[in-house]
Design a protein around this ligand. Structure first.
Ligand code: FBP
Length: 251
């Protein structure tokens, strides 16, 4: 089994996600957080387990990432939100390129339920093989999307994402929390030995966010891969500190 020690602390994880510039456009950003150097600073000072970038940022800010010593996860696929219809996100960076950029793990998004899911499964199979043969862990973002999921329960879909992650060979899966601790506990159980981290979602007030993280950790997820709720926060380091207290149960 691939070792996860480079991106986990005592089996738990807090990753800083910053691929929203491609996924959503700069609409998520302000004058501060539009600059990748601001994100690297937060990741460094907040001692995140890893920072997640697309290849372009990993390449252009290689020096800053390296000197921050924050482990790097490179996202291998991506898409914009401009194209409508059944979602597909194709591979735009190879494992080899990611490793050359200093990645200690790679990430890939699969839209479960999309008419195009088989294409993403196929790409994932290849990169998972390559990554594992180089001892590189694979983080799979698994989100249910498309017409086929209409009418299905969020419990069923969340657990399906988790199980699919185990079946396709992801080491860690990143899924969205439906807000129900029992449902998440079932999803975590369904993921077996594959670890589960949760996405942050749109910016919430801090109390709401911390309550939710409490539930998430109690339900068995190992942590978060969170973006907007950190770097859109007025005080990212203070928010990070509070989140870490919950994940690592520090007094
Ligand atoms: P956030 O914590 O900001 O929600 O980031 C998590 C994430 O998975 C990002 O990695 C990604 O860019 C974004 O959410 C995609 O979300 P969606 O597909 O729902 O727009």
């Amino acid at each position: 089994m691939v070792k996860l020690n480079k991106i986990l602390t005592k089996g738990k994880a807090l990753f800083l996600a910053y691929d929203q510039g491609l996924e959503h456009g700069p609409t998520d950003f302000n004058d501060k957080n539009v600059n990748p150097e601001y994100i690297i600073e937060i990741a460094k000072k907040g001692k995140f387990n890893a920072v997640i970038f697309q290849k372009g940022i990993a390449e252009k800010y290689k020096k800053e990432i390296k000197s921050s010593r924050v482990p790097l996860i490179v996202k291998l696929n991506g898409k914009t939100n401009l194209v409508k219809g059944e979602p597909i996100s194709r591979q735009i960076c190879s494992v080899k390129e990611a490793v050359k950029l200093g990645a200690v793990a790679v990430g890939y998004t699969i839209y479960l339920g999309s008419q195009h899911e088989s294409i993403m499964f196929d790409e994932f199979a290849d990169l998972q093989r390559q990554a594992h043969s180089n001892d590189i862990p694979v983080v799979a973002w698994i989100y249910t999307r498309g017409k086929s999921i209409r009418g299905k329960s969020s419990k069923e879909l969340m657990a399906y994402c988790a199980r699919a992650g185990l079946e396709i060979g992801a080491d860690i899966i990143k899924i969205k929390y439906n807000g129900k601790p029992k449902d998440l506990a079932w999803a975590v159980e369904s993921a077996g030995k594959t670890k589960v981290v949760i996405a942050g979602g749109i910016k919430k007030n801090q109390k709401q966010l911390l309550n939710q993280i409490n539930e998430i950790i109690k339900s068995g997820a190992i942590g978060l891969a969170i973006g907007r709720n950190i770097w859109q926060s007025k005080n990212p380091l203070e928010t990070t500190k509070k989140i870490k207290k919950i994940i690592w149960k520090k007094k």
